[in-house]
Design a protein around this ligand. Structure first.
Ligand code: PMP
Length: 439
């Protein structure tokens, strides 16, 4: 790039300029086409340039783009809240809007904390989370995140929040059944609550399917129900971080629905605004929210939260998910994609594991399938495979697997509108890229 760039992100940005998007495709300014195989960062769930969403955004722009929530109610925010409640399991019937995932996580924790105060439980403040995990990059959300390279530069964190190990059953070499293994990992929570002192534990925060930190890692079924029971036993609030898994990504509106779990609080972002607007939500039961409002109100809020433009777009996104049956498509296409990815294991011995739920899928590279030792870091698979795919017109998303300390996983999570023919196209580029990587 010849001209100087005045902006920075995690690093300087060597990528070409984005020109336009259409469905599952993105085009750069040279006209080169890319399959958006990771929906950006698992964001663009309904694909790019959806005409209905664009139309609704334009219509709202012509009326009002901003009306501060303390000055007006707006139909888009009320309607989006109602739609969100209608799409989530019973018992989740109050919505608080934010503009992103980290904001949503922090808001959920503050909601839990203020609820505890209304119950006379001011000593409950610890939020147990898991390692590895990713919950955001603001200080509070980072304190709850189990991913070393992101935490270390900023140590010490705020209040130390206890963590338990997330199930990593694909690494376990014991003879337990899946069910027993799920229960074993769930008991880590019970042990931790007892060790910390049950009356000091406010909440347990988890991604139902691991995202950036573990690469689409799903726990055994038995884990989910047992976690709910343990939280109930000690009056600990269960918070599901569905920033990545929510809004249909795993083949249900919430991943929680796969296991019939109703968390006390759910956080949404990414696919909720689906790349059209910065948007997120905290969804909780009125059981939690009403006592806070009765006691004077939730002492928390962001300036842009619930603005009518963002909410109009969010509402159109949810309508599109419903009208185009995109959540069912995610479930069906997720099976097709997962079968294709599993077949790669016959061809590439360095693929050690394939996993996921719906259209949140991943594969992990290893040096030895028996021991699941990661590939050597000097092979730089993490960057190299992404670059090989990018050159060939496929965007995939890589992270270090084991809490950021070792291993390479690659998330394949295309928009939920993807067809079987487009999955074949994606897989063909992925195989070419893996061939080049193996050469
Ligand atoms: N929670 C999860 C599970 C996430 O995947 C992310 C983003 N990768 C976040 C929270 C933070 O979201 P944001 O980047 O919008 O703040």
């Amino acid at each position: 790039m010849s001209e100087e760039s005045y902006l920075f992100y995690q690093s300087r940005n060597p990528r070409p300029f984005l020109d336009r998007g259409e469905g599952i495709y993105l085009f750069d300014e040279s006209g080169k086409r890319y399959i958006d195989g990771s929906s950006g960062a698992m964001v663009s769930n309904i694909g790019h340039s959806n005409p209905r969403v664009l139309e609704k955004i334009k219509a709202q722009m012509d009326r009002a783009t901003f009306g501060y929530r303390l000055h007006f109610r707006t139909h888009p925010s009320e309607d989006l809240a109602a739609k969100t409640v209608a799409m989530t399991p019973d018992g989740l019937d109050r919505v608080f809007f934010v503009s992103g995932g980290s904001e949503a996580v922090e808001s959920a924790v503050k909601l839990a904390r203020q609820y505890a105060l209304t119950q006379g439980q001011s000593d409950r403040y610890k939020v147990i989370s898991r390692f590895p995990s990713y919950h955001g990059c603001t200080f509070g959300a980072l304190d709850l995140t189990g991913y070393d390279p992101l935490r270390e530069p900023f140590a010490p964190m705020l209040e130390g929040m206890p963590k338990i190990a997330a199930p990593a059953t694909y690494l376990d070499r014991d003879n337990l059944s899946e069910e027993a293994r799920g229960l074993k990992y769930a008991e880590l929570l019970r042990d931790k609550i007892l060790a910390e002192g049950p009356d000091s534990v406010l909440a347990f925060l988890m991604e139902p399917v691991g995202g950036a930190s573990t690469g689409a890692l799903v726990a055994p079924d038995s884990y989910y129900g047992r976690i709910r029971e343990i939280c109930d036993e000690f009056g600990v609030l269960l918070i599901y971080d569905e920033v990545m898994t929510g809004a249909g990504r795993t083949g249900k509106f919430l991943a929680a629905e796969h296991w019939g779990i109703t968390p006390d609080i759910v956080v949404l972002s990414k696919g909720f605004g689906a790349g059209y607007v910065p948007l997120g939500a905290v969804v909780a039961g009125k059981r939690l929210v009403e006592p806070i409002l009765d006691a004077g109100g939730f002492a928390h809020g962001f300036t842009y939260a619930g603005n009518p433009l963002a909410c109009a777009a969010g509402l159109a996104v949810l309508e599109e998910l419903e009208d185009q049956n995109l959540i069912a498509n995610a479930a069906t296409m997720g099976v097709v994609l997962m079968d294709e990815l599993r077949a790669l294991m016959d061809r590439y011995p360095f693929i050690g594991d394939v996993r996921g739920k719906g259209l949140l899928t991943a594969f992990e590279l290893v040096s030895d399938r028996d021991t699941m030792e990661p590939l050597e870091p000097r092979l730089n698979a993490y960057d190299r495979l992404v670059e090989l795919a990018y050159e060939r017109g496929l965007i995939i998303y890589s992270r270090r697997t084991r809490g950021g300390t070792a291993g390479d996983h690659f998330l394949i999570a295309p928009p939920l509108i993807i067809t079987e023919a487009q999955i074949a196209e994606l897989m063909s580029i992925l195989r070419d890229s893996l061939d080049a990587f193996a050469a």
